[in-house]
Design a protein around this ligand. Structure first.
Ligand code: KG4
Ligand code: ZN
Length: 320
């Protein structure tokens, strides 16, 4: 079995996955509540919380899988990208477990992890496919030919899609992180009520900073009417974001000759995106937002360092 550990942002997560991709346990402890009053993740607060949670979360993952450390053959851990201090907590914990038991350690790229959520049973997707990765930190169009990697075709030049959802949610007073809340509010609104054009940049790139400003101005202009129009604003704003994601994903699939589109990352949980891009394969809802099962899954395919050649391994904050 592979023990996966993920601490790149504000979720402390551990999971046990078999070499064949069966999930034995998948424990996620979200710190979202802790950061909500600051309106975003505070890196130092996140690192300290990871430090408190990482051991109990690993123990819970073992308990749930009815396993012991003796049953673990490999430790897989997120190396980056993410918050450096947060990553270092998971990486240190992984090194400690692997070193103490003389196990190999697989350093996992977080984005590869999101893609590898598609390689878990029971609904395994085999490459090749075009992958839209939309999360709080990234918006990427990826050419996936093999299970051990990916090639970037397009990306956001400013905000990530999840960030656009979160910032929109903030304008509408939905708290942090507001993507899921905006999704729920949008169901009660009219998506054609407002027009929020999304800028087209590059052929396969995204830009979400302008549409967020458009929402802010529309909300301001409404003044006292804002409260009664929040659902309409949410629905129209979501429609604009989803339309941009769907258009580019289809363009990328056509250009790269891929017959299959897959969608992963936190924004893959969005109900309108799932309904609009109906032909695509979406990661299971439970594996869209950050988790360690996807990290363990990626650990089956990527680089794996033998004991003890991982002790000097460092975390990286941004995509190399
Ligand atoms: O993948 P993830 O957990 O973290 C990163 O790697 O960044 O993604 C979190 C993001 C947040 O921005 C959150 O608001 C967004 O995914 N999200 C959603 C939904 N559920 C989560 N956005 C839109 N609709 C949703 N239902
Ligand atoms: Zn993520």
């Amino acid at each position: 079995m592979i023990l996966g550990i993920e601490t790149s942002c504000d979720e402390t997560a551990a999971a046990l996955v078999t070499k064949d991709g069966d999930i034995r346990s998948n424990v996620v402890s979200s710190q979202a509540g802790l950061h909500a009053r600051f309106g975003g993740v505070v890196p130092e607060v996140a690192s300290r919380r990871h430090l408190e949670l990482v051991k109990p979360v690993i123990e819970e993952a073992l308990d749930e899988a009815e396993a012991r450390l003796d049953d673990v053959d490999t430790v897989a851990v997120t190396q980056g990208p993410g918050l450096a201090g947060a990553l270092l907590v998971g990486l240190s914990a992984a090194k400690a477990v692997a070193w103490a038991r003389r196990l190999p350690l697989a350093p996992v790229d977080h984005l590869h992890g999101h893609i590898a959520s598609l390689y878990l049973r029971p609904n395994v997707l085999e490459p090749p496919f075009l992958c839209l990765l939309a999360s709080g930190g990234h918006t990427l169009l990826l050419d996936v030919q093999e299970q051990d990697g990916y090639r970037v075709l397009g990306t956001s030049i400013d905000d990530a899609a999840g960030e656009a959802f979160d910032k929109g949610a903030r304008v509408l007073g939905l708290g942090y992180p507001g993507g899921a809340a905006l999704d729920r509010l949008a169901r009660e609104g009219d998506p054609e009520a407002f027009s929020f054009p999304v800028a087209r940049v590059g052929e396969l790139d995204f830009s979400f900073s302008g549409v967020k400003t458009a929402l802010l101005y529309a909300a301001r202009e409404l003044g006292d009417e804002l409260e009664s129009r929040r659902a309409d604003l949410a629905a129209s704003y979501q429609r604009a974001l989803v339309r941009a994601l769907v258009e580019r994903a289809r363009d990328a699939a056509t250009q790269s000759g891929h017959g299959t589109i897959a969608v992963v990352g936190g924004v893959a949980a969005n109900s309108e995106l799932r309904a609009t891009l109906a032909e695509a394969r979406f990661a299971p809802l439970s594996l869209c937002t950050d988790n360690a099962a996807m990290i363990a899954s990626a650990g089956r395919f990527g680089r794996c360092l033998p004991y003890p050649r991982y002790l000097d391994l460092d975390a990286y904050a941004s995509r190399p």
